[in-house]
Design a protein around this ligand. Structure first.
Ligand code: NCD
Ligand code: ZN
Length: 351
């Protein structure tokens, strides 16, 4: 029996931004989410993307089939917005309880986003109707203007695209996803209750130096890129503040290792297996363990207008560090798990 030196009970967490993929990757990674999280907002950037309610329903069924029997997990489905998205189809999906949010990817901003939206004002009419359906618009907030420095793409997006959108459609509920900058933190903090933000575990831990420490580190490459240390600190402050506008979205985004360790490697960090352990470590370091539950288990559900999970988990701090899961096999391939660069002591179980 491993020696436990501290324990905390929190409501079962949810993940408000998750990539599960399909096929063999889905079957391999899902159990790590379903063990830890009660629900997750499932990203629609498959290839081809999940654009229609019918596609979302098929994907939903595929996910359900892969959940281990002993796990209690609910996938919350989203649609990938295009300039041709059909409001009647979206409305039907929402009314039937299948669609919980729609996702805006600026075309070309990230993995499988080529079919995303080229010019946001082209879909303002559609977004006005989505506002009336009262589901959130989830935004990958980076400008795709190639002349903008890649480290400035989020800040420019907030100024040039998000602010005009919010002025034009103030009733639209928006989640600015995986924020990485102090500007985003301040912008969200100063806005009304319609705007919230998700924060990933890895952006709480790495800064932009991490990608280049003694060589190029593809497993720290994700979009939006981690920014400089002052931004990381601002995000940590927001996450541990307990402010109801900030909640967990892991953005766990598995890519097979040979596609990451590549001359043109894919963006995405696979963090689910140790996400909660990393978060407990950060909140403990910030003397904010009493606010971990708000970030992982309360704020997101409240924003989405859903009940918080009924069940609880117990987080235990071990005297000795846990053995880290470094890689997971998929056939002859592997997936590398996010390495926070510090020892992990926190483990958890469902109670
Ligand atoms: C995500 C992916 O791989 O699907 N990648 C990433 O770097 N975060 C897409 C996304 O959320 O940007
Ligand atoms: Zn993502």
């Amino acid at each position: 029996m491993k020696k436990i030196i501290q324990a905390v009970r929190i409501k079962r967490p949810d993940d408000w931004h998750l990539h599960l993929r399909s096929g063999a990757i889905l079957k391999t990674v899902l159990k790590y989410s379903s063990y830890t999280f009660g629900r997750a907002i499932i990203m629609p950037n498959l290839n081809p993307p999940v654009v229609t309610t019918e596609q979302a329903e098929n994907y939903y069924r595929q996910i359900l089939k892969s959940i281990p029997k002993e796990h209690d997990f609910q996938p919350l489905m989203t649609l990938f917005l295009t300039e041709k998205s059909n409001i009647n189809d979206i409305e039907e999906g929402v009314n039937r309880g299948i669609i919980k949010a729609v996702k805006l990817y600026p075309a070309g901003a990230t993995t499988n986003s080529e079919n995303g939206v080229r010019d946001l004002p082209n879909i303002y009419k559609l977004l006005e109707k989505i506002a009336r359906l009262d589901i959130p618009l989830l935004i990958h907030g980076e400008t795709t203007d190639p002349t903008v420095d890649i480290f400035d793409r989020e800040a420019i997006f907030v100024d040039k695209i998000l602010e005009p959108l919010r002025k034009k459609i103030p009733d639209l509920r928006i989640v600015l996803e995986h924020i990485t900058t102090k500007e985003s933190v301040d912008y969200v903090m100063d806005s009304d209750a319609n705007l919230a933000a998700t924060i990933t575990p890895h952006h709480l831990i790495i800064n932009r130096n991490s990608m280049f420490k003694n060589g190029i580190r593809p497993h720290y490459y994700c979009l939006p890129l981690a920014k400089r240390e002052s931004h990381r600190i601002a995000i940590v402050r927001a996450a541990v503040s307990g402010n109801s506008k900030f909640f967990l979205g892991t953005d766990s985004a598995p890519h097979l290792d040979h596609l990451k360790e590549n001359a043109c490697g894919c963006a995405g960090i696979f963090s689910t297996p140790n996400a909660l352990s990393c978060l407990a470590h950060i909140f403990e370091t910030e003397s904010a363990l009493d606010r971990l539950e708000s970030f992982t288990s309360l704020n997101g559900a409240n924003y989405y207008g859903l009940e918080t999970n009924k069940s609880y988990i117990k987080l235990s701090k071990l005297k000795e560090p846990k053995e880290k899961i470094k890689k997971i096999s998929i056939g002859s391939d592997t997936l590398t798990v996010f390495d926070p660069g510090f020892s992990l002591y926190w483990t958890h179980e469902n109670i």
